[in-house]
Design a protein. Structure first.
Length: 384
C-alpha cells in the first residue's frame, strides 16, 4: 500500500521554491510522486504532520561514531576496548537518526567496529542512519589518530593497508595527510605523505571501486592530496607551514577543475566560541567559485555531540556568511553528491529514497529550524 506524508510546507533541497501543503506519496520506500493535497489516492495510508515543514533527510558527511562527543572523548576511546566502542557506536547511530540524520559518513573508527555496525543496520538489527564507513584511518607511525588508525609509512604500505580495508568492506579509505588537533605533536601544518605516495594509494583504491578522503589542514598537504586525485578534502583548513593561513587561488582552481569535494567541519567548540575562523571564509569563497563544498560537524570529537549537525549550519550562516539555502544544500544535495548517491539521496524528488525530516519552522528563513526535529522518516518508515 502507498503511504502519503502531509505537511505545511516542503523544502525539497533542489533550490526550487517551497511547496505549500505538500503530499509526498511513497511506495516501497521510495518517493513516487510529490503534489498538493487535492485528489489524493483514497486507499493510501495518510500520515499528517500538521503544521510542520518537510525537508530532505540530513547527511552527516564527517563524523566518528566511536567517540562520545564529551570533553574527554579521546581519553575515553583510548582506555576502552572495541566492544565498548561498538556499543557506543550503536547508541550514537540511534541518536543521530532521531536528530534527522538519515545518512552518516563515518570518517574513522578503531578496529573496524563501524563495519559490524553497518552490517547490523542493513539486517535491521539496530536503528541507524544509512552508513558509509571508512574503518580505521591510514596514518604514518605516530601520525594523526595513530591510537585508532593503521600505520603505513610508504606507498606499498598504504596499498597493503587499503586492500585489507576494502576486503573487510569499507566504502571509503581515509588517509591522514597532515597532523590533527586530536593528536598532540602531529603537526597540523605539515604533510606526512608526498603526492607520489598518495597517488599510488588513490589509483589502487579507485581500481577497487572505492573513494579516498584525505584529512588535510596545511596547504602543503592539500596540494599533495589534490595532485594525487583524492575524492574529498576533509577540513581543508589552508594552514601555512609557519603561522597563519595560506589560501591558494591556483590550487583552488585545480580543486574545482578536478571535481574534488571539500568537506569542511565545524566542531562544537567553534560554535561555542562564536568565532568560525578564517577556514570557513575560505570555504565560502570556494563554494561560490564553483567547488562542491559539503559541511560536517566532526561529530563525536570533544565537545561535539553526535546529534547536533544543525549547529554546524547555524555557524555557517550566522558567522560564516552562507545563505540558508547554501547551508542546507551542504548537508543534503551536495553531501549526496559527495557520496556518489545523488540519484538516491539528498533531495525530496520522485525515485529517491523516502528520507524526510519534519521540523518546526522554515530552515530557509532560519537555519536553526533544522534543530527543531519532530519526526523522522527513513525509507518510508517513521523512526521518530
Amino acid at each position: 500500500m502507498e503511504k502519503i506524508f502531509l505537511g505545511e510546507l516542503l523544502v525539497d533541497g533542489t533550490g526550487r521554491d517551497p511547496l505549500p501543503k505538500p503530499a509526498v506519496i511513497v511506495r516501497d520506500g521510495r518517493i513516487r510522486e510529490i503534489r498538493t493535497r487535492d485528489g489524493l489516492p483514497a486507499k493510501a495510508e495518510r500520515v499528517d504532520f500538521g503544521g510542520l515543514t518537510l525537508v530532505p533527510g540530513l547527511i552527516e558527511s564527517h563524523g566518528h561514531l566511536v567517540f562520545s562527543g564529551e570533553p574527554d572523548a579521546v581519553e575515553v576511546l583510548q582506555r576502552e576496548d572495541d566492544w565498548d566502542l561498538l556499543l557506543r557506536a550503536v547508541h550514537n547511530a540511534e541518536r543521530a537518526l532521531k536528530a534527522g540524520i538519515t545518512a552518516f559518513r563515518d570518517c574513522g573508527d578503531r578496529g573496524g567496529v563501524t563495519l559490524s555496525l553497518k552490517k547490523a543496520a542493513v539486517q535491521g538489527l539496530v536503528s541507524s542512519p544509512r552508513l558509509f564507513v571508512s574503518g580505521p584511518p591510514l596514518t604514518t607511525t605516530g601520525g594523526h589518530l595513530w591510537f585508532m588508525g593503521i600505520s603505513a609509512d610508504s606507498g606499498p604500505e598504504l596499498i597493503r593497508a587499503a586492500r585489507e580495508l576494502v576486503r573487510r568492506g569499507v566504502d571509503w579509505v581515509k588517509v591522514c595527510v597532515t597532523g590533527g588537533g586530536l593528536t598532540p605533536g602531529s603537526n597540523v601544518r605539515m604533510a606526512r605523505y608526498s603526492a607520489e605516495e598518495l597517488s599510488v594509494l588513490v589509483r589502487d583504491v579507485h581500481r577497487m571501486g572505492r573513494r579516498v578522503s584525505a584529512h588535510v589542514h596545511g596547504t602543503e598537504g592539500i596540494r599533495n592530496a589534490v595532485l594525487a586525485g583524492v575524492d574529498s578534502l576533509e577540513h581543508c583548513s589552508w594552514m601555512a607551514e609557519g603561522e597563519g593561513f595560506a589560501f591558494d587561488e591556483e590550487l583552488l582552481e585545480h580543486i574545482r577543475g578536478g571535481g574534488t569535494f571539500i568537506c569542511h567541519t565545524i566542531a562544537g567548540k567553534r560554535e561555542a566560541s562564536g568565532n568560525p575562523g578564517p577556514p570557513l571564509c575560505f570555504q565560502l569563497r570556494a563554494l561560490r567559485s564553483g567547488v562542491k563544498v559539503a559541511l560536517g560537524s566532526d561529530a563525536g570529537i570533544p565537545n561535539t555531540p553526535i546529534d547536533e549537525l544543525y549547529k554546524t549550519l547555524v555557524v555557517a550562516v550566522r558567522l560564516g556568511g552562507f545563505t540558508e539555502e547554501e547551508a542546507l544544500a551542504a548537508v543534503t544535495r551536495t553531501a549526496a553528491e559527495l557520496l556518489g548517491l545523488e540519484g538516491k539521496l539528498g533531495t525530496v524528488e520522485p525515485g529517491k529514497y523516502a528520507d524526510l525530516v519534519a521540523v518546526e519552522g522554515n530552515p530557509l528563513e532560519d537555519i536553526a529550524a533544522l534543530g527543531w526535529v519532530v519526526h523522522v522518516v527513513q525509507g518510508g518508515h517513521i523512526v521518530r
